[in-house]
Design a protein. Structure first.
Length: 611
């Protein structure tokens, strides 16, 4: 016998999954709750979440009448939870101190209980048979290619959430297939209480398969509309597809000149039978100033500022001017500076291609060498896919370096090529990665005029990966590996600043910057031809704003091939304070392998994670 079911119970079932009940608590009668009869796992957990008796048990004692009312209301709540999993012939009984909540003797029994003794509350559940989906009917002309998106099959458990979500999945598939105005009504359901099945009917209106019509923009002020249209990934006349429209929206967001981008499809067709789109754009302020600061016991205090223009000529061109000072308060590094100008032009010849010019000047007084240099560089950077990017460029450097009292003047020409992979899904520098992999390979053929007039190739491979241990982004295991080597010449024939060094926050914490590897007789760093290092770091969020970290670094720097030199290791702990501009990081590390003349510990303070 078929009867009209209880479609409202299906809706209530889904509502239960999305909303948790709440109640107020006073303080007289304590109690403890036991649930019996429910299957372990998701069903039992859902019942406990739905029960006010369970969720509010820890809020403190309540008056006897409030406990009784809470038990009465829990019957319907728990039944709704069971309905949501497809158990529509369930029954629920609740006993307080052995009596039903409706028993007139219950208040007196509670009053007679010894003070401080919690009242036993027993919830007994009879789940009944599991209803399954019977016939599934699509009422309307639905293309065969989209029917599978429903995801509801005869014989599946009649879970309310699955039945209701199926309609939304079908709408998404139809819109992706060009049916922009497709609609799916709330399902009609019919229960057969003898067969324990639920027949489901979805009424579908697909409309016509549509093309994108006119595209208009709102909110443009300083950014040229012609540039935005050139950057847009979709065009009038293309088939309407929600994924392509979303991809286009994200592409505009990634230009860096908009703080927000939303898109709205028209609710009716234009005269040519197409569906118009409107992009609402919120432009970011054209100018911004940022400040940076780091401190470490080896390099001292570094302070910097950047002034940037996000939209120089109206086509999202960027101009970044930076100035930084270094070495303040360092025992081993003298005062220095780093100044630079950077120009970035998006959409250079191709949609995903950027042209960049850099002009920098640097002065640094390090334990390994003193350097004053000026560099002019140009790069073309290209995004090949969501995961892969690459760049190629040319740089010219005037390099004045002094090491061990000997001054050398070099003119360097280099042609760096880099390929990068990133699956972390992070698009801004303020968000810490919690899953995925970042990897890069850089090849830099270089010729040095002056000194030994040497040609060499610097190769460097880096990778970092992240594991979300707890599944909520609060407990993360991060690992990093670096391997670099130089082909051609000897380490002493190359400019000192082009050699490889290890030690410090970028390689092995616990050792001073550049301190690992070959040394002169006075224990000053020589510079190496190969470097490799590995890091394992555990990061734990504590509360809303704080975090902690523990890490171990190992690495070496040598004059031969990678992985053949003396291995050094450092370990440490750190604290994090999370702000709107990133995590403030404080790390303290100690060397695990003694380095003659080395420090007992190193302290690092900066903004953002170490990697």
């Amino acid at each position: 016998m078929s009867v009209e079911p209880r479609p409202s119970r299906l809706i209530a079932g889904l509502a239960f999954l999305l909303l948790a009940g709440a109640a107020s608590a006073a303080d007289q009668q304590a109690y403890k709750v036991e649930i019996t009869g429910a299957d372990p796992g998701a069903v039992n957990a859902a019942l406990r979440d739905s029960s006010q008796l369970v969720t509010l048990a820890g809020a403190g004692p309540i008056p006897a009448f409030a406990l009784i009312n809470r038990a009465r209301s829990d019957v319907a709540r728990i039944q709704t939870a069971l309905d949501s999993f497809g158990y529509y012939q369930n029954s629920v009984s609740i006993a307080i101190a052995g009596l039903s909540p409706n028993d007139p003797e219950l208040p007196d029994r509670l009053d007679d209980m010894p003070a401080g003794t919690p009242a036993p509350v027993k919830i007994t559940v009879t789940m009944g048979p599991l209803y399954r989906i019977g016939r599934v009917t699509l009422a309307g002309a639905v293309p065969a290619s989209d029917r599978g998106a429903l995801g509801v099959t005869s014989g599946d458990p009649a879970v309310a959430r699955v039945i209701l979500d199926a309609g939304a999945r079908l709408v998404t598939a139809l819109q992706e297939d060009g049916y922009a105005l497709a609609k799916v009504e709330e399902p009609d359901v019919t229960a057969d209480d003898q067969a324990h099945t639920i027949d489901v009917t979805y009424k579908v209106s697909t409309g016509s398969q549509l093309q994108i019509g006119a595209i208009t923009f709102k909110g443009l002020k300083d950014v040229h509309e012609s540039f935005v249209r050139r950057a847009l990934l979709i065009h009038p006349g293309e088939r309407y597809r929600t994924s392509r429209i979303e991809e286009a929206r994200q592409g505009l967001t990634g230009l860096g000149v908009f703080s927000g981008v939303s898109v709205q499809a028209g609710d009716h067709l234009s005269a040519d039978g197409r569906i118009p789109l409107t992009f609402d754009l919120q432009e970011r302020p054209q100018h911004a100033v940022t400040f940076t600061g780091t401190y470490s016991t080896d390099l001292g205090l570094n302070l910097g500022t950047t002034w940037l223009h996000r939209n120089l000529f109206g086509n999202a061109e960027q101009l970044n001017l930076t100035a930084a000072g270094s070495g303040l308060g360092s025992a081993t590094a003298g005062l220095g500076y780093n100044i630079g100008a950077q120009y970035i032009q998006p959409l250079f010849l191709e949609r995903d291609q950027v042209l960049e010019f850099d002009l920098t000047g640097i002065k640094q007084q390090l334990d390994a060498y003193d350097q004053t240099a000026e560099t002019l560089a140009g790069f073309v950077r290209r995004k090949f896919s969501k995961l892969w990017t690459g760049s190629a460029g040319l740089s010219l450097t005037h390099d004045d370096v002094t090491q061990e009292g000997r001054n050398h003047l070099y003119e360097l020409i280099a042609a760096p090529v880099t390929v990068s992979y990133d699956s972390t899904g992070i698009t801004d520098t303020l968000t810490d990665p919690v899953t995925g992999l970042r990897a890069a390979l850089a090849l830099t053929p270089t010729h040095a005029f002056g000194g030994d007039n040497v040609s060499f190739l610097v190769t460097q491979a880096t990778a970092s990966t992240y594991f979300d241990i707890g599944g909520d982004g609060r407990s993360v295991l991060a690992m990093r590996a670096i391997a670099a080597t130089i082909f051609g010449g000897s380490n002493l024939s190359m400019p000192p600043d082009q050699r490889l060094y290890a030690g410090g926050s970028a390689t092995v914490r616990g050792y001073a910057y550049q301190s690992l590897g070959p040394q002169f007789p006075d224990r000053k760093p020589v510079g190496a031809k190969s470097v490799d290092s590995a890091t394992m770091e555990f990061r734990q969020r504590i509360g809303a704003d704080w975090g902690a970290a523990a890490f171990v670094d190992v690495g070496q720097a040598g004059s031969g091939t990678p992985f053949t030199g003396q291995i050094y290791a450092g370990a440490g702990i750190g604290a994090r304070y999370y702000t709107s501009i990133g995590a403030v990081r404080v790390d303290a590390a100690v060397p695990l392998v003694h380095l003659p003349g080395g420090d007992a510990f190193e302290l690092y303070i900066g903004l953002g994670q170490a990697f």
